[in-house]
Design a protein around this ligand. Sequence first.
Ligand code: 5GP
Length: 308
Amino acid sequence: MAETASRRPAPPDVDRRAASEAAVAARRARAAVKKSIASREVSPLTVLDHATAQPDGVEGRLRVTEFLLSVPAIGTTKMNEALAKLGISPAKRLGGLGRHQRLRLRDFLIERENKAGRQRNQLVVLAGPTAVGKGTVSTYIRENYPDVLLSVSATTRAPRPGEVDGVNYYFVDDEEFDRMIEEGELLEYATVHNAYRYGTPRGPIEKALDDGKSVLLEIDLQGARSVRESMPEARLIFLLPPTWEELVRRLIGRGTEDSAEQARRLETAKVELAAQDEFDHRVVNHDVAEAAREVVDLMKVRAAPSRP
Ligand code: 5GP
């Protein structure tokens, strides 16, 4: 054995130095995250979400023990009780939690925030079939309810007449969209109508929730499902047309798509309508101002109890 070990070449000095410098930098970055949780600068839930998006990133490499100990008012006893109750081994890192462990840990953190009277601000997803008027309702909310942050998505489709970059969407090319995915910048993303990619930037949402604002995402059904998976406390609202005929009329009437695209979107709409039972609430879009008020009213209600 000793002979084998002695024959193994030692890493060059420069490699060892680089590795130890990288380890020191990683430790410092983890210490900075813990400090910002302890000072309430950042919510533990936000850190957990980052860890989920990038298990090998700084947050993902945090041990669950050091993470919990940095949460204000959690000491060793409470931490041990929590880990036992949640069925999480103290050796685990945040990025290595199983799906159920992560969801139980999220519920535990949300419950603590609610008990402390710091109700987590609302993340609300507005979805519904194509042409139902989601865009019009969300624009109305942006213009009339300044306390609600309307998330601006990134998309690879071209702007329509009158659409403004940074207001309606961030219009990006495929390369930039790939970069956003790779760097974990998107909370969710999907290819919609088999055509273009759309995604929700994570940073502005987390900042708004931490600043005490409510956030509204206007996204498609796949996106709504991804958000439910990663942030189960989000409230999902389904916008319905008054009738199917009205939906067809609105889609053809707006004249922004050619007939092949209209047919494709109507097919998608049928499938999407069938998913309405997955949602927490349904709002019928008879009238834009009324539907917008109903959506905003729902944002003020306490978060739904956590799901199993
Ligand atoms: P449009 O091209 O008509 O603006 O939008 C097409 C569809 O993409 C709509 O159903 C809209 O809700 C959805 N969408 C817009 N932004 C996002 C997003 O960030 N993520 C997902 N998953 N869907 C989005």
